[in-house]
Ligand binder design. Sequence first.
Ligand SMILES: Cc1cc2nc3c(=O)[nH]c(=O)nc-3n(C[C@H](O)[C@H](O)[C@H](O)COP(=O)(O)O)c2cc1C
Length: 335
Amino acid sequence: MNLETKYLGFTLPNPFIVGAGPIADQVDHARRFEDAGASMIIMRSLFEEQLTAEELAHTRSMDAHANSFAEALTYFPDPADFVLGPHEYLDKLNELKSALTIPVIASLNGVTRGGWLDNARLFEEAGADAIELHIYSLPTDPQTPGAALEQRTLEMVQTVRQAVKIPIAVKLSPFYTSVLNVAQQLVGAGAAGLVLFNRFYHPDIDVEALEIVSRMSLSNSSDLPLRLRGLALLSGRVRASLGVTGGVHTTLDAIKAIMTGADGVQMVSALLRHGPAHLLQLRRELAAWLEQHEYQSLAQMKGSMSFLKCPDPSPFNRASYIKVLQTWNVDSMNV
Ligand SMILES: Cc1cc2nc3c(=O)[nH]c(=O)nc-3n(C[C@H](O)[C@H](O)[C@H](O)COP(=O)(O)O)c2cc1C
């Protein structure tokens, strides 16, 4: 079965991509996933705060009288606590490029259009095949309208576009008022791919200790439907590759994502839980499923359940919301 897919201009033998996270931290691990059939691998992000802190530390060491670190930076981990510092990141990228044959994507994560974005060029020089730009901010200033934040995001993409020739993918938040509009503008600004959606780690409250607690939890398949709807909305309406991230664990999850328009299927949680053998299994099961259902290729299935192509898109929109609420049967409940 032909599982080929085009993603960010690369022809990949199958859609399974190791998503941004710790798997590429060790070349050995990365190689095991390549051997299991991963068609691309994305490194963890280098963070704006990390780069800015390094720059400030450098400035401070140059100027004995400057004693003010930006207050906000005190809330972030010390530069030394990040798994990969900026120099180590480039070394790791180099190592991965020498050890692997699949495309290696470097990732930048931040919120402003500052000098830290110059790292995109360093990534390109170090051999990155593409850049995934992860722009995540939590607006807390009531004076800043959403449109201004979207404009800032577009400018960041334009800045990176001007700095490098390699493809840029943007990892999107699901919380835009009109994700389709933002997606089209991002593509206009130079994004070759859009990755749906960033998965947030929401803080919780410890009511006894009166503390806010951050917990990291791996995803499960219930994270996927939000992404499916986003993919279905964008598929065929943006001139960019679409990647899914968040909640792909099973072969059926991957099939749903491809049917709604995903060109690339990124996974992190499932691979951390089950290792490379899982990727191998998904690849085999996907091929078998396509054969059983008499598809000629993966490409034939792609986007078949998008808004533009599915027989009845109404369940994707407000109609289904109203129907679901109105048809809930209270008789079977304990009321
Ligand atoms: C341990 C861990 C580390 C991660 N690090 C990053 C990162 O550095 N940059 C990034 O963009 N996403 C990062 N992610 C998010 C993943 O790339 C992915 O978007 C998210 O886990 C949802 O996909 P999943 O359901 O397949 O896990 C990380 C996820 C995990 C679990």
